[in-house]
Design a protein around this ligand. Structure first.
Ligand code: FES
Length: 157
């Protein structure tokens, strides 16, 4: 039986073509994944607490144990925040929104508690749940006292 001989270079041309096909599709895959990765980076929220500090008033504007609402504006977000001066250099910045269904809570000085008007959630002055449906404490934000300036930043864990 006669052996069929392949013309010279046919095997190499096929291999080169296949190599190029694999190389081009591999490079396309890598570029595509990089693009998706960049997109996901863009969509990710900033790390907790990373939003810029914003001056919300002077220390004298916030009497002890009298939470006062201020507006925090950072990275396109406007949020209601309660600044709480607990005395002896202890400060809190509590997010305005009830952790049940996000209604705005009110500080009720007569009873010394935050009350949610929607479903009766009650929080203490530190934002801890006392009663009602809220599943967890009011979120805290970064707060810094620099000189007599009260500065609020991003949400803490
Ligand atoms: S939204 Fe506050 S208790 Fe439901």
């Amino acid at each position: 039986m006669e052996e069929i001989k392949r013309p010279a270079g046919v095997g190499k041309v096929f291999s080169r073509r296949r190599f190029l096909q694999v190389g081009v599709s591999g490079a396309g895959t890598v570029l595509g994944l990089s693009y998706i990765g960049l997109g996901l980076d863009f969509l990710q929220p900033p790390p907790l607490g990373a939003e810029p500090l914003q001056t919300v008033g002077k220390t004298a504007d916030f009497p002890e144990n009298m939470p006062k609402p201020v507006t925090y504006s950072g990275q396109g977000v406007k949020e209601g925040v309660y600044v709480v001066n607990l005395g002896q250099g202890n400060w809190l910045a509590l997010d305005f929104h009830c952790t049940h269904l996000q209604c705005a809570v009110n500080w009720v000085a007569a009873v010394g508690k935050f009350m949610c008007p929607c479903h009766g959630g009650v929080y203490d002055i530190r934002g801890q749940v006392l009663s009602g449906p809220p599943p967890k404490a009011l979120p805290r934000r970064v707060i810094k006292i620099i000189g007599d300036s009260v500065q609020v930043g991003g949400i803490l864990a």
